[in-house]
Write a protein that binds this ligand. Structure first.
Ligand SMILES: Cc1cc2nc3c(=O)[nH]c(=O)nc-3n(C[C@H](O)[C@H](O)[C@H](O)COP(=O)(O)OP(=O)(O)OC[C@H]3O[C@@H](n4cnc5c(N)ncnc54)[C@H](O)[C@@H]3O)c2cc1C
Length: 382
């Protein structure tokens, strides 16, 4: 059996200095947001906040300066992300661009694509969405059917993407399309494109989720023309590029800190009448949190060292979802309060939102069963 090892990783001094700076920024800029709004964590967005964060130099931190970035290291970015999540900052709008699409363009994009998009991303003004899943292709992503057919000067795209987070508010999508339907092996013949969401024939239609929010979308492509210089990377290499993109997606602090505002609210609530039972429960949650943090930091260290973090990253995402899905149950049992969508105390409203939201945590970014399959394969068990 292959082994799984999480090398301990310490945050360098410069990252801790930055922690003070981002805390000051958040103290100045987060006042108007209630605990209930903050409980949305990286699913809550506010264009004004994204812009201020960009102005302060906390977006595009790892991008080269020539694209408006700040050439910081991975650990410095990690600390900033940690603090944003701990405070429940509304970061949804720029989140994908900063975490995933920007780095993808730096890896595979052309100079023109980078110059066109990255400065706006670093300013917190240009937002991206991810067009991977389709109505019959989620876990089995390689079965996508949306086709980009080569024509003079570009491609004509027809098909549908689904569950596309924030597509209705984004400027660009990084989309995975089938450019060759004749290939026998389904992992081949796919390509990534930079799609301007204002392209004629591209329509984002929000889907209401069970919390009543319009966060994700169905995006249809009807004879949408995508110029050939919007191909990202190599035609036919989309699958390999997507796999490298998923490594950015699975192991960051957002995989165990999406419900952090509930942990704050719970500690405040039980502190009013502390008992041994609540001390034990909170102690266990904090122990899980501290362990997940060490594991996630270790994955960040692997990424920095150019190692393949896909197995370790999948473990962090899976265990992070278990921890976050347990938290509202523990909070409910401990306090005895019922979640309240309308009215109720801050704690009850936060509990209501997180109870509904955490259900999706073992779906988004790869389902629990798929991740456990990747882990089993990585350990040589299948
Ligand atoms: C909040 C949220 C945001 C999202 N945002 C985006 C986005 O921005 N862009 C995007 O492209 N997608 C997005 N998604 C889609 C997400 O990636 C898919 O929901 C996920 O990959 C699962 O695909 P599916 O919904 O088609 O379910 P299916 O793949 O149909 O799976 C249904 C069930 O069957 C199980 N299953 C499937 N295959 C296997 C197997 N081989 N072995 C064992 N069990 C299996 C799954 O684990 C799951 O429980 C988002 C989803 C959510 C919930």
């Amino acid at each position: 059996m292959d082994s799984l090892y999480f090398e301990p990783c310490e945050l360098p001094q410069e990252a801790e200095v930055l922690r003070g700076e981002i805390r000051d920024f958040l103290a100045d800029n987060l006042d108007p947001y209630s605990p209930e709004v903050r409980s949305r964590s990286w699913a809550g967005g506010d264009p004004e906040f994204s812009q201020k964060l960009g102005e302060a130099g906390f977006i595009g931190m790892r991008f080269p300066k020539k694209y408006g970035g700040h050439e910081r290291n991975a650990m410095e970015r990690y600390v900033v992300i940690e603090e944003l999540l701990a405070a429940g900052a509304p970061v949804a709008l720029h989140w994908i661009a900063d975490r995933q699409s920007g780095p993808l363009l730096l890896n595979y994009g052309t100079e023109k694509q980078r110059e066109m998009c990255l400065p706006g991303v670093a300013k917190g003004e240009t937002y991206f969405c991810i067009g991977m899943s389709e109505p019959d292709s989620g876990s089995d992503l390689a079965s996508i059917r949306t086709k980009a057919v080569k024509v003079d000067g570009g491609y004509v795209v027809n098909g549908t993407k689904i569950w596309t987070s924030e597509a209705h508010r984004c400027h660009y999508m990084i989309a995975l399309f089938r450019t060759d339907s004749e290939v026998e092996e389904k992992h081949k013949g796919m390509s990534q494109f930079l799609v301007d969401m204002n392209t004629p024939g591209v329509t984002a239609r929000p889907i209401r989720n069970m919390a009543g929010e319009e966060m994700f979308n169905e995006v249809s492509f009807v004879d949408a023309f995508i110029p050939e210089d919007m191909l990202v990377g190599e035609e036919g290499k989309g699958w390999q590029q997507v796999l490298s993109e998923l490594a950015f997606e699975r192991s960051g602090p957002e995989r165990y800190m999406s419900s952090h505002i509930l942990l704050h609210a719970l500690i405040r609530e039980v502190s009013q009448n502390p008992t041994e039972r609540s001390a034990v429960a909170i102690g266990r949650l904090i122990a899980h949190l501290a362990t997940l943090r060490q594991m996630s930091l270790s994955v960040a260290g692997m990424q920095d060292a150019g190692q393949d973090p896909s197995l370790a990253g999948s473990v962090v995402k899976d265990l992070g979802a278990v921890y976050e899905q347990d938290m509202p149950k523990i909070a409910h049992e401990l306090v005895g309060a019922d979640p309240q969508l309308m009215g109720g105390s801050d704690f009850e409203k936060v509990l209501a939102y997180v109870t509904q939201a955490t259900i999706s945590f073992s779906l988004r970014g790869g389902t629990r069963e798929i991740l456990r399959g990747i882990i089993a394969r990585g350990l040589g068990l299948r």
